[in-house]
Design a protein around this ligand. Structure first.
Ligand code: BJW
Ligand code: ZN
Length: 235
């Protein structure tokens, strides 16, 4: 830990990439692995534009179930530690999570590369609105233009929000310390940020309870729960 705190103190620019694992201790299931969020469905069956076109009600029921679960969740010490790191160091937080728990913990330099579950977007006119209700009455919801609204998240086969993604790449390229926290690093292009940071010269530290696809290429692997390790780093 002392060594890692020295890296933080010496770094001119720090970035972190978080995934579902950081919210696991807030009670939100991860996507893959045991107890994963795919909830007896394959991602390809639910998190794609094709799935929404085929059965918007099924997709909305899954998102509504998740919104309800997330609405009751609170940030954990891992989220708070990253907000604390942002207050003390030049830091950019890149998250694949759509749950909003980093915002609640106080992170502000935050890039949500997979969107936000609390945003609804019209599938026809593109109008976006924030809807904080844990459950949406009358699924599937409709826009004032009459077309179906969809969750404001990024599904498989869709592009990431261009400006947010450009800033994420920039943060990874400029970082001299890159933290990879609670992600299986299985989903691209987000997982590619690790390679990008490493080839641009960053020291890469992984925090995960398990070995992942990127474990062989990182400089340091810290095995354990993010809610325990991050507060130790930020202490
Ligand atoms: C803990 C813990 C604790 C547990 N403490 N740790 C290159 C190669 C191959 C494929 C592709 C490629 N480029 C693109 C693709 C296709 C595709 C893709 O990546 N497929 C792979 C599955 C192979 N990517 C896309 O389609 C992306 N778009 C794209 O590339 O656009 C360009 C394009 C356009 C048109 C045509 C083709 C290309 C979009 C990807 C969108 C992903 N969307 C989702 C759903 C978001 C909305 C929602 O939440 O519903 O994003 S899928 C899902 O996976 C979600 C997550 O953000 C994402 C990543 O998952 P994450 O966070 O890593 O979670 P888990 O569960 O996988 O891992 C949790 C980890 O935590 C584990 O390691 C645990 O051990 C750990 N853990 N408790 C610390 N307490
Ligand atoms: Zn509309």
């Amino acid at each position: 830990m002392d060594e890692i705190r020295r890296y933080l103190d010496a770094a001119r620019s720090i970035a972190a990439l978080t995934g579902a694992g950081i919210s696991a201790e807030s009670g939100i299931p991860t996507f893959r692995g045991l107890g994963g969020l795919w909830h007896q469905h394959r991602p390809e069956d639910l998190a794609t534009p094709q799935a929404f076109a085929r059965d918007p009600l099924l997709v909305w029921q899954w998102y509504d179930w998740r919104r309800n679960l997330i609405a009751r969740a609170r940030p954990n010490p891992g989220h708070f530690a990253l907000a604390e790191i942002e207050r003390r160091y030049p830091f950019t937080l890149i998250t694949q999570n759509v749950d909003g728990l980093h915002d609640l913990a106080g992170s502000r330099h935050l890039l949500k590369v997979h969107g936000d579950i609390w945003t609804l977007r019209c599938s026809s006119c593109g109008r976006e609105r924030h809807d904080p209700r844990p459950n949406i009455p009358d699924l599937p919801p409709r826009c004032t233009c009459g077309a179906l609204e969809r969750p404001g998240v990024v599904w498989f086969g869709e592009s990431l929000p261009a400006d947010t993604w450009r800033r994420a790449e920039q943060a990874a390229r400029h970082a001299d310390l890159f933290l990879v926290i609670g992600t299986s690093a299985a989903v691209y292009p987000a997982a590619g940020l690790v390679d990008l940071a490493k080839s641009a010269g960053a020291r890469v530290i992984e925090i995960n309870i398990e070995k992942t696809a990127i474990s062989p290429i990182v400089d340091i692997s810290l095995r354990g729960p993010a809610a325990q390790i991050l507060p130790e780093i930020a202490a």
